[in-house]
Design a protein around this ligand. Sequence first.
Ligand code: ZN
Length: 224
Amino acid sequence: MDGSIEARVDHEVDTWLRWLPRWRPGTHRGRSRLCRQCFGSPIMATAGLATDVPHAVQHALAMRMKALIDAAVDEYTALNLPLLSRELRRNDERRRSTTYRPTEGLDLEYRGLDLDPLPTDDSPYLFTFGELAEATDDDEPFPEDTEPLRPLPPTPLSTEEKAALRVELRLADDFADALGQRICVRLGEQRERIRAGIAAHVEPQVQALLADLDSALDSPLWPR
Ligand SMILES: [Zn+2]
């Protein structure tokens, strides 16, 4: 990634502001649990988005900031924390080697058949086994002439390695914290732009929705 963290924050705020006019009040069912990314987030608070803003609007900016932090921490880890890098890579390899492949391991009777029953109009599927099978076929990570990666057995760490890993984990945490603080400072400086975007594109839609609701409640059809 290029540029200072401040420049990256500005860029993400720009992108979010360009997205904002496309936001529409959701018609889907609300979340039943509080979003861990947004609720109580100091980033949302400094951006001025902690209260009176629809969750989807908050969430879009929160996820942009999270992606920014994740990428910067990954970059820092790869450059400075060799032991943690190695463990993360091993973990990733183990995870990849256990990817669920719905077409494998089926009894003979079920091989080659459609993986999913037909959906009905009123209840479409959230995901299908067919899509999962396509996805796992697509992400085949090995060129044809190389040995496929075998799942690595978890390697026990020595006491020294464990201690060194703990130090690296703390450094990664400290880096992420410091980054979060810089992001908060920068978002605080962008607060006016963020507020103006909300006032221009979100507030009118929320007001219209409330007005609609009001007139629906006043409807002569509504039992009093
Ligand atoms: Zn959220």
